[in-house]
Design a binder for this molecule. Sequence first.
Ligand SMILES: [Zn+2]
Length: 162
Amino acid sequence: MALLVNLRHLEEDSRQETGELTGEELGLTDIDELIHTPLPLQYDLEVSLLENALLAQGSLEMTLKCECSRCLKPFDLHISEEAWACHLPLEGEEAATVENDCVDLTPHIREHILLELPQRPVCGDDCKGWKKPAKMSSPSKQAEATEEAPSPWAALDKLKLD
Ligand SMILES: [Zn+2]
């Protein structure tokens, strides 16, 4: 389900639109291999019809599951916008697409989330990155092995053992 706003319903008065959009509905599932969207975005918007424009304003909130691009640690990235506003003209060159009296706000919310995303997710400003093992006299092969990212299979193996 997309977030469709029916313009006819707004002729009398503004409306409160509250609900959720999944990462799939927002088209955010394949944005970055280090950023995942298992949790839906929550929106609480007041939508009103202005002269020749649609105005949506309110809050957007979403928690993304990320992996640090430096140390590979998983962490949550909270995106919380209390005063999001979206002004969509209904006439002229920039006019929003209206289909069956409805305007889809989903792509505009997607745009906002994309703007909030880091270029490369990092777990914290003080992240030192993946810890390099102390210098060893043994051939570098061993060092390479310890530096490898923890694989999901290793985690699975552990589960099996338990
Ligand atoms: Zn990190």
